[in-house]
Design a protein around this ligand. Sequence first.
Ligand SMILES: [Zn+2]
Ligand SMILES: [Zn+2]
Length: 293
Amino acid sequence: MSTEEDQLLIGAHTSAAGGVHNALYEGQKIGATTVQLFTSNQKQWKGRVFTQKELDLWQQALEETGLQKIMCHDSYLINLGAPNPEVLEKSRKAFREEIERCLLLGISYLNFHPGAALKEDRGQCLDRIVESLLEVEELVAEGPTELLLESTAGQGSTVGYRFEELGYIVDKVKGRLPIGVCIDTCHSFVAGYDIRTEEEWDKTLQEFDRQVGLDYLKAFHLNDSLKGLGSRVDRHKPLGEGEIGLESFRVLMNHPATRNLPKYLETPGGPPVWTKEIALLRNLFLINGISKR
Ligand SMILES: [Zn+2]
Ligand SMILES: [Zn+2]
């Protein structure tokens, strides 16, 4: 393996069933160099509290697997821009607990869904998200965890599908919080950003740079899409089996602005599919390297 290939950060959202350390071992089994996981049940408000034993197992698994840049995905229930005060309160508490768990585990990134406006004005929703984030300023300063806004598909009233909205939030909290963006390829494609060719990727990245700033692009969720460009319907497909196509992922693996950023698969099919896809992504990197030499 070339050293550059060694350093590729590719993984998947692995299972923490039976303990968070299991997500790391599953990553190792599929040939990953990083993973994303839920540190608690993503469909419950009540957060998991780790025992010392679990923390020890996690540390041991980190050492044994050598995985880097671990990402946590936040609970699906959290809406940091919720118009309902009770839901907002619960969301803020749960988000703090997400950060606390990340700090205990030494996790690099907490990826979170920006929020949903429901029946309210989108601008107010964005401002409430900013307020929610500023509340964790001191907590997040205690450790290595960066907060990453996930680009959304724009289903329903969710905010953060347009780069302008992500840029608005980043702009209001940068300098005070370690903030960044994780682009989900399926979400941004169905949100209307074409990424099927090198030329289209260039345009999309230029647009991201204008609206957010490329310095804030930190990671990717890799998914092909069942639905077409601009459909705003979030349905993941294995790489190369959807509307985006493999060429997009070849570009992503090799583009100077994206090749060194960590990438996490969320494709359907689980570990057998991810094993193949991780090998495929490595090949897409190598093929390009050879053809350009
Ligand atoms: Zn997500
Ligand atoms: Zn999705």
